[in-house]
Design a protein around this ligand. Structure first.
Ligand SMILES: C[C@@](CO)(OP(=O)(O)O)[C@H](O)COP(=O)(O)OP(=O)(O)OC[C@H]1O[C@@H](n2ccc(N)nc2=O)[C@H](O)[C@@H]1O
Ligand SMILES: Nc1ncnc2c1ncn2[C@@H]1O[C@H](COP(=O)(O)OP(=O)(O)O)[C@@H](O)[C@H]1O
Length: 283
């Protein structure tokens, strides 16, 4: 039997860094949403082996124990005493180290797929709990729908989101290390978006209020190191995007646009500026 699960990229509509915890992680308050730029994870049982074998169309991801997909499969095999092996194909479309949680979403899709393959009957909440052991973004990715996310990423409260704008993703030609960005956070000076107001605006489908309250505490930190991100933001704003923000720790910038024609125009205009540009819908 073969099972395929979609692994969509995420963006952070709001990201507030509240404090530094004693375990080295930061306490966050976020509104996260998924977009239809997706990897695909296909799992197939290997009855004559107990190995986890990875293959991918991408040369940017490790095909060994360091891959989040491997970690997810190893965790589930160990926890549920599964003896048989599994072959996993990672069809990679999401740029790597981009602030789009590609690796986390792949891990989440692997958990969902193996839950079906091995008929474990686990709920999404149980899979999200397992996901915590792999990475902070994995619990959100298990649900893959707009949510308020708190703690280090382990508390996920799905919220209703009826307005689904066009999203232009612009990924500069460099990656960003998430731990490096968090290391440079100065809690005394960072900005704090109003996540309560943003959540209420999303739930009430108040588009203007959503646009006014988007914000990311990490943006200035990454911008300081990579001025190109500011240039991309200015370009998108000048072309008439409804709102523009960096996702997660970056470097991907997303622009929201509620008019399809305008979204296509902005997307075409940024293509000469950056190689990796995607026009997608919020899920
Ligand atoms: C910043 C965010 C926002 O969605 O996204 P990305 O930019 O990575 O996409 C996430 O919190 C990233 O989650 P994830 O990429 O899973 O992080 P992890 O592997 O758990 O942690 C990597 C490192 O980031 C820092 N980290 C991560 C999460 C958190 N709440 N506090 C932290 O300080 C820690 O230094 C940790 O060692
Ligand atoms: N399946 C995977 N897809 C992408 N990156 C992965 C994967 N497994 C492990 N990684 C590693 O995780 C790191 C972060 O990748 P990614 O999840 O794409 O970043 P981000 O969280 O910034 O979007 C990279 O260094 C990459 O090598």
């Amino acid at each position: 039997m073969e099972i395929t699960e979609k692994a969509p990229a995420k963006i952070n509509l709001g990201l507030d860094v509240i404090s530094k915890r004693t375990d080295g992680y930061h306490e966050l308050d976020m509104i996260m949403a998924s977009v239809d730029l997706s990897d695909r994870i296909t799992v197939r049982e290997l009855p004559d082996s107990s190995d986890i074998k990875l293959q991918s169309n991408s040369s940017f991801v490790p095909l060994n124990k360091k891959n989040h997909v491997y970690k997810a499969a190893a965790l589930i095999k160990k926890r549920f005493h599964i003896e048989t092996g599994v072959a996993i194909y990672i069809d990679k479309k999401i740029p790597v180290a981009a602030g789009l949680a590609g690796g986390s979403s792949d891990a989440a899709a692997t958990l969902r797929a193996l839950n079906q393959l091995w008929q474990l009957g686990l709920s999404l909440a149980e899979l999200a709990k397992l996901g915590e052991e792999i990475g902070s973004d994995v619990p959100y990715c298990v649900y893959g729908q707009t949510a308020r996310v708190t703690g280090r990423g382990e508390h996920v409260k799905p919220i209703t989101n009826t307005k689904k704008p066009w999203v232009i993703l612009v990924k500069p030609a460099f990656g960003v290390s998430t731990p490096d960005i968090f290391r440079h956070v100065d809690l005394a000076t960072i900005t704090h978006p109003d996540i309560d107001t943003l959540e209420a605006a999303v739930v009430n489908a108040d588009v203007d209020k959503v646009l006014q309250n988007l914000g990311n505490s990490l943006e200035d930190v990454t911008l300081d190191k990579h001025p190109l991100i500011s240039k991309i933001k200015s370009h998108l704003t000048a072309r008439g995007a409804d709102a523009v923000l960096m996702s997660g720790s970056g470097p991907t910038v997303f622009a929201l646009c509620h008019q399809e024609k305008k979204a296509h125009r902005i997307c075409d205009s940024i293509k000469g500026f950056c190689n990796e540009v995607y026009l997608v819908r919020m899920l």
